[in-house]
Design a binder for this molecule. Structure first.
Ligand code: GLY
Ligand code: MN
Length: 486
């Protein structure tokens, strides 16, 4: 067979039903933030910085999980935002004005990275190193961390050194002279940072939060692409779990199903520990034990967000595990739904968070009074003890600086009602907990609902829970190892 025929034959085989592969669910390789994005963020920061200033951004510390083993590392979102660098033990300086090196060259920013080290890389993975950072991140001036000590920058000449609050619990790694502990120690010496630097006007810790909040609260198009994807993935997770959930499932199994769907779509992590609480457990706002062995015929509150290329969703749905809301559950659900709808109507450039909160909290208060659960409006916070929403982005509670919505912000709207056991109301309401949380991109005159793919109306949720799930067929062998082992 000639090559041409062979190739045609292969193509036919590949398209025949026996060999057909499902289309990939994600296009991981080509939708990372680009070096141009990070460069643009640094330039925007420079525009906000006062004359003759430098901004210092440190990596987050590594954290020990178990003997010889660290937690999965999470970069300081600010350092990632300005550099794209994801490794620990690193530091970036961003200058307002170009600086001149001893050899006459100029630079406007410098990144200190982990040095390549074959032995370390065999244990904890490939490092980018100086060359990798130059090539992949498009940075012109990059050094190994060990060069920071003698790096010729005279911090005393700057009018402002803009730093975030410094970490106070960084461990000194054995046998390393350029870990975060050393970088921090050298930074304190070089910039003569006193213990009370937060009160010292030369060090702008307030400015750091102000500037980074101002930038990070408005998402660029590249960021919106990633957020849209993180949110859609999370919503498909919610919808699939609604179909699969059964009263005999454990909270942890429900958590696992969400996270499996996220990974199937290529999301690397969850953006925060998944919250899956059945019945009374849903009343604990950040319940992450997820330890109930059977969710039973209760409502299950699922607050789970995929992190995709650094950007996290934050979506909550509350569903009856047996497919049908009771009259009491439905009554509470409808109040939360209406409170969310009332907030949605106001979501556009110019609305203040205060106004959003006032209107939606008013709906909850009126609803609870009507049901006889409270008698005075001001008691609403007893059953709705958190704020209406927040920004999302590289952090699940993302940096922000404004009290008013602006075009390009991505926020959550998440009213809730939580009635724990023994609350001072008719016991028929006890253990009911409902939160509905959606993610919105704010536009000039309205918003885009990023979390469209997760059923939200009570009737749609009931319909979805009644649907079949491929997971209904997923069975595993019964464990042979009982209390006494084999
Ligand atoms: N998803 C948790 C929170 O917003 O606090
Ligand atoms: Mn949230």
């Amino acid at each position: 067979m000639r090559l041409r025929h062979f190739v045609i034959g292969l193509a036919l085989l590949a398209s025949s039903p026996v060999f057909a592969q499902p289309a990939p669910l994600h296009d991981l390789a080509d939708d990372y933030l680009t070096p141009a994005f990070h460069a643009g963020r640094r330039d925007s920061l420079r525009q906000l910085m006062p004359a003759n200033s430098v901004t210092v951004v440190l990596a987050f510390p590594t954290r020990n999980f178990s003997n010889d083993v660290d937690y999965v590392y999470h970069q300081n979102p600010d350092l990632y935002y300005f550099s794209g660098y994801k490794e620990p033990h690193s530091l970036m300086l961003i200058f307002k004005e170009p600086q001149t090196a001893a050899n006459g060259s100029t630079f406007k920013e410098v990144l200190f990275v982990q040095k390549r080290n074959a032995q370390a890389e065999q244990w904890t993975g490939k490092r980018m190193g100086v060359e990798g950072a130059k090539e992949k991140l498009g940075l012109a001036t990059v050094y190994n961390g060990e060069e920071f000590k003698n790096f010729a920058v005279d911090f005393s000449k700057f009018d402002k050194i803009i730093i975030d609050r410094l970490p106070t619990d960084v461990a000194d790694a054995r046998g390393d002279n350029a870990d975060l502990y050393d970088l921090l120690k050298q930074l304190k010496e070089k910039a003569q940072i006193p213990d009370n630097y937060q009160q010292d006007k030369r060090f702008g810790t307030g400015l750091f939060r102000q500037y980074t909040g101002q930038l990070r609260e408005i998402k660029t198009e590249e960021e919106v692409v990633l957020l849209r994807k993180a949110v859609e993935i999370s919503c498909h997770g919610q919808a699939e779990v609604m179909k699969a959930v059964k009263p005999d499932m454990s909270e942890r199994e429900v958590q696992g199903l969400h996270e499996y769907v996220h990974k199937k779509y290529g999301a690397e992590y969850v953006g925060y520990p998944s919250i899956v609480g059945a019945g009374n457990n849903g009343c604990v706002l950040h319940y992450t034990e997820n330890e109930k062995l059977h969710v039973e015929n209760k409502m299950v509150l699922m607050d789970v967000g995929a992190e995709y290329h650094g950007y996290t969703a934050d979506v909550t749905r509350t569903v009856p595990a047996n497919g049908k809301f009771t009259a009491e559950q439905k009554a509470i659900y409808e109040i939360v739904y209406e409170a969310q709808e009332a907030a949605f109507k106001l979501c556009k450039e110019g609305t203040s968070w205060q106004e959003l909160d006032r209107v939606s909290r008013g709906v909850v208060a009126d609803g609870l009074i009507k049901l006889g659960i409270i008698t005075k409006k001001e008691d609403v916070n007893k059953y709705y003890p958190h704020g209406l929403g927040h920004h999302i982005g590289l952090d699940v509670h993302d940096r922000s600086a404004s009290g008013t919505l602006k075009k390009g912000m991505v926020i959550t709207i998440e009213p809730g009602i939580y009635i724990p056991e023994n609350s001072p109301c008719d016991k028929k309401w006890w253990t009911i907990a409902v939160r509905i949380e959606d993610d919105l991109l704010i536009k000039e005159k309205d918003y885009e609902l990023l979390s469209w793919a997760a059923p939200r109306k009570a009737s749609d949720i009931e319909k979805t829970v009644a649907e079949k799930s491929p997971l209904d067929q997923f069975t595993l062998p019964k464990l042979q190892s009982g209390k006494k082992g084999f």
